[in-house]
Write a protein that binds this ligand. Structure first.
Ligand code: MG
Length: 170
């Protein structure tokens, strides 16, 4: 039995994941404008992953006979001028999302809701990867971002990222 508290948090997470997709599309659009189509591609793929996360939370709720309520998605409000800024905002955002996942996990743990804990295990691991990816991007930008030729090569590297469906199947 999933408690009302956990159900509410799961429902909120659907919105947060869709917002993440929106945020990363906004980053992607910024990079298109900067002429960095590889960075734009990287965040476009990231947005697809975030949409998948939202869908997984929705499916999990539906599999457990919980009513899903879709709320309005916030507008991404940050304005960027430097190429590094979205990368830093991305890491900050992923740390925030890790906190959200941990909060749901903690609520499930309090309830001895082992099913939800097991569902969330995948997201706990995923958040570790998201933070690592975001940190790596910042390191690369610090190393190579100020040299045009190196930035061009980094942009080409990020252009190679392709979307793959999530490994979690519900
Ligand atoms: Mg996510």
């Amino acid at each position: 039995m999933i408690s009302e508290k956990v159900a509410k948090l799961l429902n909120e997470q659907i919105n947060k994941e869709f917002y993440s997709a929106y945020l990363y599309l906004d980053f992607s659009n910024f990079y298109v404008d900067q002429g960095l189509n590889g960075f734009a591609n990287w965040y476009k793929v990231q947005a697809q992953e975030e949409r998948d996360h939202a869908m997984l939370f929705m499916q999990y709720m539906q599999n457990n006979d919980l009513r899903v309520t879709l709320e309005a998605i916030d507008k991404p409000e940050q304005v960027f001028t430097e190429n590094k800024e979205p990368l830093v905002a991305g890491l900050e955002h992923e740390r925030y999302v890790t906190g959200l996942i941990n909060t749901i996990y903690d609520a499930a743990y309090q309830d001895k809701d082992f099913r939800t804990m097991q569902f969330l295990d995948w997201f706990v691991k995923e958040q570790g990867e998201e933070e690592t990816n975001a940190t790596d991007l910042i390191k690369k930008m610090d190393l190579f971002g100020s040299d045009p030729k190196s930035l061009y090569m980094l942009d080409n590297e990020l252009a190679a990222r392709v979307y793959t469906a999530p490994s979690l199947v519900l």
